[in-house]
Design a protein around this ligand. Structure first.
Ligand code: PEP
Ligand code: MN
Length: 336
């Protein structure tokens, strides 16, 4: 349930309502907008008696939230959330472009890629040190050494980095190095992991599971938010369909749907969404036109030699063209 305060309600009226909510054993989620304050009342699934609040001083109305996700919902938090990492603002007017290799392979590879994507206009470096691979015989990532190499690439390029964390036990280690934690598609419903990243203050990029609905993605975000970490960005990375000419089917629909349902920023990953470098730029353009807050793109200096996902990785020159094209589209849709 949300409690909508009257326009111009005083701080005293707001704190009076908050005190009442807490005295009844509920948690409060405050959203102070320019016009009015909204107080989210969070309990478990049991119905909340609205008459407790309807008549309190400064209250305009109480509204039940019918969606299963609450803190992720725009009802509770009407204004867009901006997730900041090291000065980069995800969800603000500027489109944020994250780029880098699927996996960190060597110092030369990650530093060279970081400098190239920076030069092309990326604001965040990506690279996997812990890799969730379908086969146990595939390259699993360099682990902590990969995190050290990412830190070296950050030092060389000035770009903050996002990297995947695969288990709750890895959270303290990865958080020591990373500017943003990635939850991969395969772990979107790993609830222990969601709760663990919900207990740290590092921003989280939560990728949609390959067989998950938008509602399930938002429920997973709810786990992180309700565990205490408000710094969540969502990522559409393609879902599995009957189509075989592409690795996944990029669900462009998800972008405007999520933007309507939720205040959290949305990043599009056309690299995993298509699985083929030839289609990445076209789908990236579509994503920005559809309202995505940014992109995450796989880039490798020598895709033919990549240790993972070479087929969907752009060479730096092609990535630079992508950036130029999507920045133009961003302007056309009122972003920059
Ligand atoms: C990745 O980003 O390299 C990755 C493994 O992505 P996903 O979890 O979306 O498959
Ligand atoms: Mn990949």
């Amino acid at each position: 349930m949300i409690i909508v305060m009257k326009k111009g309600a005083s701080a005293k009226q707001v704190s009076g309502v908050v005190a009442r909510v807490e005295s009844l054993g509920y948690r409060v989620h405050l959203s102070a907008g320019e016009e009015r304050t909204i107080i989210g009342v969070i309990g478990d699934d049991r119905p909340i008696d609205r008459t407790h609040f309807d008549l309190l001083d400064g209250v305009e109305k109480t509204v039940p939230i019918l969606k299963p996700f609450k803190m992720a919902s725009r009802d509770m938090h009407p204004q867009d959330t901006i997730v900041s990492l090291d000065g980069v603002k995800i969800g603000g007017p500027q489109i944020v472009i994250m780029a880098g290799p699927c996996s960190v392979e060597t110092r030369e590879q990650i530093v060279e890629t970081a400098l190239a994507v920076k030069e092309a206009g990326a604001q965040v470096l990506r690279g996997g040190a812990f890799k969730p691979r379908s086969s146990p015989y595939s390259f699993q990532g360099l682990g902590e050494e990969g995190l050290e190499l990412l830190a070296a690439a950050r030092e060389a390029s000035g770009l903050p980095f996002v990297t995947e964390v695969m288990s709750p036990e890895q959270v303290p280690l990865v958080t020591r190095y990373a500017d943003m934690l990635q939850i991969g598609a395969r772990n979107m419903q790993n609830y222990a992991l969601l709760q663990a990243v919900g207990k740290v203050s590092c921003p989280v990029l939560l990728k949609r599971g390959m067989m998950s609905t938008i509602e399930e993605l938002l429920m997973s975000a709810e786990y992180i938010l309700s565990s205490g970490n408000p710094r969540v960005a969502l990522c559409e990375r393609g879902i599995r369909t009957f189509e075989k000419y592409t690795r996944n089917t990029t669900d462009i629909n998800a972008i405007p749907v999520i933007k309507e349902m939720s205040h959290l920023p949305v990043i599009l990953d056309p690299s995993h969404g298509t699985g083929k470098w030839e289609y990445v730029t076209a789908v990236a353009r579509a994503g920005i036109a559809a309202g995505a807050d940014g992109l995450i793109i796989e880039v490798h200096p020598h895709p033919e030699e990549a240790w993972s996902d070479g087929a969907q990785s752009l060479k730096p020159e092609r990535f630079a063209q992508l950036v130029t094209q999507v920045r133009k589209i961003a302007e056309d849709v009122g972003r920059c």
